[in-house]
Write a protein that binds this ligand. Sequence first.
Ligand SMILES: [Mn+2]
Length: 323
Amino acid sequence: MASRQKSIAAPVRHVVCAIDSQMVYGLGVVMSSLQRTTTEPFRLTIGYLAGTLPEGDRDYLGRIMDHLGVLYSFSDLGNDPRFITQGHISPTTFAKFLLADQNPDAHLWLDADTVALPGWDRIFGLLDSTTTQQGLLVAERGADKLGLPFNAGVLGWPAGSRRDWSSRLNELELVDTQEQYLFNELYAPTAKTVSERYNSLTYRIDRIPDVEPPFIIHYAGAHKPWHLPRSLSGPCLRHSCPWSAWFNAEAEFLRGLDDPSLVAETHRRQRTALRSGKVRWQRDHAGLVFLRILVTLGPLGRVLVGLLGPLASRAPRGTHPLH
Ligand SMILES: [Mn+2]
């Protein structure tokens, strides 16, 4: 009887994320990777700001989660004029504050531009021992980069009340990455830090020891793996570049789909995702501009990649999608 009760109870582990329609395809891939490698079931909350995730997107994601066997719910978070767009960072990134307020239970926030590898869910054990006083669990960030102490793409929220981000946001002057700044100000002094393996930023990949490979790779920045025409993913896969983990997860995701209409819809979304994200002519968009050129060139993209091949070794691993 006890085991029967256990089998029908909702999973204790809780993952939350927030997306807009630009990130739908990416979310399918990361959720497939989580589900394939988890050792225990988890439930998922998908938050979105009002009007940014139309019903068609929600229906599709619902079908994907049903197919994956992930128990999910959506949460319409309304909107807030203080949530601003900064460079490639969408207002949706502020949703983590709203979801943390809404969910006083322990839960894991995960950006949709990530991929999970076996071992990732050990983070729940670490979260169990995170106290309300610590307030938050974050992954270490190498000291080599000037700036904020931690990246907010993977956050463990312990059970308990949250700190008052809203009044602080009212007073905050405009700074780069407003939301990350706020996080660091509120939580960095007390947060529990865990290994960088739980939030391995691709530009840091070279510094992560081979014997301690990433559990969660985070494709931070304007250009994402889904922007690369897959006919050009060969060099990346051959060199096991950080993007190859995402391409492998995508291949598993696609292989697992059996319903023909879901397969067709997923392929349509894969094509749309190639051109998702707004290109801006600023420095941190160079990668996205390059990928958009490759998409536009079609088969000729191969020629360009061939010409640039000799230069690829000069780009740090993880920053460049072609090696
Ligand atoms: Mn991110």
